[in-house]
Ligand binder design. Structure first.
Ligand SMILES: N[C@H](CCC[C@H](N)C(=O)O)C(=O)O
Length: 292
């Protein structure tokens, strides 16, 4: 049986494997995804993009978090997957549309090798039933929520996946990890949540720290950047077009009048990784155990 081959990319330090099911004989499951993404016992990554999956005339991609959960979308993952489609020869045009659990993603290639891309990440919604957040249906704007016995002013938003954003004067990795750990499993969020701390620099620049659902601390996140930019604009703190500064780099985010949001930024191809036959056997064994 052929060795399993993964293609590794990163978007601003948010690293993903592309697992192409058309080139690999393995069924991905919660358990073997966890094994592959483990940074010590596996290959290490912030997730896996499983695709292209062809259904009728559409292309689908499945977004796996390292904890084995499936995400509705990944902003950096969208741009990475679009570059993979071009690198692997599936796409030759300047635009591509593919589908994730959270809906359609439109991507435009902005340069020849497809390393700079503009992606529509869908529409922002602040409505509690669309995020979801528990309680009566309302827009979740500047609500007091308790994470770890501390009260924070939280604004929640969905962009297909769920986010809670907390504006602060000073933000840091330790603080977002402390709050994010509590928030991710807080009773307010039936589907868990991605957490961002938001520091507004000026009308056109924001800085965020990120604790991702199903991942933990990451250096960058496309959907988190869009969520934080949307909250800053909703709260009247910034323009609809901002640069989002993250530890791994920056994204340009534009919010349209109908709250559709676009993110423009780079991705980078790291390389092709062929797993050992021994590791492949363990991954297959994990899959067959889960199937029983
Ligand atoms: N962990 C996220 C998915 C990946 C988001 C992030 N990597 C991005 O670039 O948007 C979730 O469970 O919703």
């Amino acid at each position: 049986m052929m060795n399993i081959v993964l293609e590794k990319y990163h978007g601003l330090g948010n690293d993903y494997f592309v697992f192409d099911p058309n080139k690999n004989e393995l069924k991905l499951t919660k358990e073997n995804v966890r094994m592959i993404c483990d940074r010590n016992f596996g290959m290490g990554s912030d997730g896996i993009l499983e695709g292209p999956i062809f259904q009728e005339d559409k292309i689908y991609v499945k977004v796996w978090n390292p904890d084995g959960s499936e995400a509705e979308k990944s902003g950096n993952g969208d741009r990475i997957f679009a570059k993979y489609l071009k690198d692997a020869g599936y796409i030759q045009k300047k635009h591509v549309t593919f589908y994730t659990l959270g809906g359609a993603i439109q991507v435009t290639y902005l340069n020849e090798d497809g390393s700079r891309l503009r992606a529509s990440a869908g529409k922002l919604s602040f409505w509690s039933d669309e995020i979801p957040v528990t309680g009566e249906r309302r827009e979740v704007i500047n609500e007091d929520m308790v994470f770890g016995r501390t009260l924070y002013p939280v604004t929640c938003v969905s962009i297909g996946n769920p986010h809670c954003v907390i504006p602060m004067r000073e933000i840091s990795k330790p603080l977002v990890c402390k709050i994010g750990d509590y928030a991710e499993i807080a009773r307010y969020f039936p589907n868990k949540i991605n957490t961002q701390l938001l520091k507004v620099i000026d009308q056109e620049n924001i800085q965020i720290e990120i604790f991702e659902r199903g991942v933990g601390y990451t250096l960058a996140s496309g959907s988190c950047a869009c969520a934080a930019a949307g909250v800053a604009y909703k709260l009247g703190m910034t323009n609809p077009g901002v640069t989002v500064h993250m530890p791994g780099g920056k994204l340009q985010v534009e919010i349209q009048d109908d709250w559709e949001v676009f993110a423009t930024g780079e991705v980078f191809y790291i390389g092709k990784i062929s797993l050992s036959s021994e590791f492949g056997e363990r991954l297959r064994a994990a899959a067959s155990t889960e199937e029983r």
